[in-house]
Design a protein around this ligand. Structure first.
Ligand SMILES: Cc1cc2nc3c(=O)[nH]c(=O)nc-3n(C[C@H](O)[C@H](O)[C@H](O)COP(=O)(O)OP(=O)(O)OC[C@H]3O[C@@H](n4cnc5c(N)ncnc54)[C@H](O)[C@@H]3O)c2cc1C
Length: 544
């Protein structure tokens, strides 16, 4: 059933069994899995089916740390969420991502790879991508490179045809009798049950932009509003006692450990004469066939004490490697960041540093600009590729989403401030990964890697994100280490769950949506079991 929240009677109290907040991939998959069951599901979505600027503006916020997209530009506030714009790129996390690595503080998941792997087949079926074995067969036909396995392996990336998540599930969800989808329904607060000492959630408050106010009561609530907004919603929902700093925030963890996948163009690979590396080139991928990523094997990660690393290629005109490398220099990266910041009206943040970096490298800046001038297209046989790294970020407590001190949105709620922070191991790992890729292609006789020669670190300004926000309500067995427990339930709250990449405690380099979908399937199973056999009521003070 479909309802426009703007037509709900003011002060109404809607009653349901499962209330899901947010209709991106996480919320949609959960509602889809719970459809046609003997329970009532209410899916509350802020946006409509089509874009609406006033609703999208509710996503405005501030960026104060490492350079990042404007917060209303890297997210999509309408039915289908950010997956109205996603590329369909899919990859599972690797078993190593779930392990505690002694050289990466706060690494590891509280659930095993084997437990996650139980959902692999269902996730692939839902996303309409091949099994790993089938994809490997295609990869072999397409010219997967022979690399020395101790240095570098070939990982596969697949492409889901569900390019618009909202469209793919909309008709079915709107027609399902036990699911009520409410559009234009902005949840403004999640309220604990004060009679039970705040140990469970009683209702959520909903506001519409045309001034309607009502509440939704449920037995179970799932917050699925994306990694930045999940943290913001918990921080906005302040109550008494343990909830005075926000829900689930007794240990000051909500919003912390914000992570992205560092995306960096770093190094140039020149293929050996007669060697075709098109399988690793994004521009040469064919249809929905898998493409190859160079992936650092776990033993090499351990031996070098670095993070997970992957890289693909991007063919360039056959300029000299040094011309292409000039586009990766500090001066060129600083100039690009500055132009970007001005274009987005982000003001003078780090302006001085950037101007100094540009002034220190006039020659590289000029050479980089020449290399980026529009010119002849890449011709057949061109053997020069830029290396595009998509890396893991180490968990970092200081990297966080907060509430802005004063700015509010059109509904009167404080907006989010993002302070994305990277650590030294993040950029050390990128350079080491490219070095090891160089050793691997040289040993295999398939090419040669040129590294930037302007020092042995990756310039901070060269590192960007990839629209992959993660980590702000991390999963941990103990409430002192994470916001949600291994079932994705907020520690200390009997009936509030979180869905989406905010629960990832470690992030690997894989694009997140595959794992978001997988965890939503897992959560759906958990909720079905819970509804079938409800847990005893919990009151405040009892261990959770
Ligand atoms: C340009 C772009 C390309 C991308 N490409 C890829 C890719 O190829 N592969 C990949 O894995 N990932 C990709 N991503 C990331 C991917 O889109 C996200 O990981 C995914 O959409 C997250 O799903 P989610 O359901 O957790 O959150 P979201 O998709 O962010 O959905 C959250 C939903 O909650 C709603 N909402 C927010 N606040 C409220 C509120 N207060 N009340 C009610 N509803 C609310 C929003 O309107 C939205 O519909 C891309 C993202 C972008 C922007």
């Amino acid at each position: 059933m479909l309802i426009d929240a703007r037509s709900v009677a003011p002060g109404d109290e809607v009653d349901t069994d499962v209330c899901i907040i947010g209709a991106g991939p996480a919320g949609i998959v959960l509602a889809h899995e719970l459809s046609n069951g003997p329970w009532r599901v209410c899916l509350l979505e802020s946006g409509a089916v089509n874009p609406e600027p006033a609703t999208q503006a509710l996503y405005r916020g501030n960026v104060v740390g490492h350079r990042y997209y404007a917060l209303d530009d890297c997210r999509v506030r309408r039915f289908g969420g950010a997956a109205n714009r996603w590329g369909g790129w899919c990859r599972a996390l690797d078993p190593i991502d779930f392990e505690t690595r002694q050289w990466v503080p706060d690494s590891g998941w509280p659930v095993s790879w084997a437990e996650i792997d139980r959902y692999t087949a269902r996730t692939r079926a839902l996303l309409q991508i091949r099994s790993e074995a089938e994809a490997r067969c295609v990869a072999l036909e397409r010219g997967e490179g022979r690399l020395p396995a101790d240095l570098m392996t070939t990982g596969l990336l697949q492409f889901s045809p569900l390019i618009n998540f909202g469209d793919a599930f909309r008709e079915a969800l709107f027609a399902t009798p036990n699911v009520t989808v409410m559009l234009h329904a902005n949840v403004s607060a999640i309220e604990p049950d004060q009679r039970g000492g705040g140990a469970s959630i009683e209702r959520v408050r909903v506001m519409t932009l045309n001034g309607r106010r009502f509440t939704v009561r449920a037995s179970v609530f799932v917050l699925a509003t994306g990694a930045i907004e999940n943290a913001r919603m918990l921080l906005l929902s302040r109550g008494g006692g343990a909830h005075s700093n926000g829900l689930g925030n007794e240990h000051d963890l909500v919003g912390r450990y914000f992570a992205e996948h560092p995306h960096v163009r770093y190094g140039v690979l020149e293929a050996a004469e007669g060697v075709d590396l098109g399988f690793y080139d994004e521009a040469q991928r064919t249809g929905r066939d898998p493409m190859g990523w160079f992936v650092l094997p776990p033993a090499a990660m351990a031996a070098n004490r670095v993070l997970a690393f992957s890289a693909s290629l991007r063919q360039r005109r056959h300029l000299s490697p040094s011309l292409v490398l000039a586009t990766q220099s500090s001066g060129f990266a600083a100039a690009k960041s500055l132009v970007d910041a001005v274009a987005r009206g982000r003001g003078p943040w780090r302006m001085g540093n950037r101007l100094r970096a540009m002034a220190a490298e006039p020659l590289r800046l000029a050479r980089g600009t020449v290399a980026r001038l529009p010119g002849s297209a890449v011709g057949p046989g061109a053997r020069l590729f830029e290396i595009k790294v998509r890396a893991e970020q180490a968990p970092n407590r200081e990297s966080r989403v907060m509430l802005d001190a004063s700015a509010t949105d059109a509904l009167g709620s404080r907006v989010a401030t993002l302070d994305w922070r990277l650590s030294e191991i993040d950029r050390v790992s990128v350079r080491k990964g490219v070095q090891l890729l160089g050793e691997a292609v040289a040993a295999a006789g398939i090419g040669r890697v040129y590294l930037p020669d302007d020092g042995d670190v990756v310039p901070w300004d060269a590192i960007g994100g990839g629209w992959h926000q993660m980590g702000t309500t991390r999963m941990a067995s103990s409430p002192r280490a994470g916001v949600v427990d291994p079932d994705s339930r907020v520690h200390g709250l009997a009936n509030l769950y979180v869905a989406g990449s905010s629960v990832f405690p470690a992030y690997g380099f894989a694009n997140p949506t595959y794992s978001i979908v997988l965890l939503a399937l897992r959560l759906a199973d958990h909720l079905k079991a819970r509804i079938a056999a409800p847990p005893p009521a919990v009151t405040a003070g009892q261990p959770s």
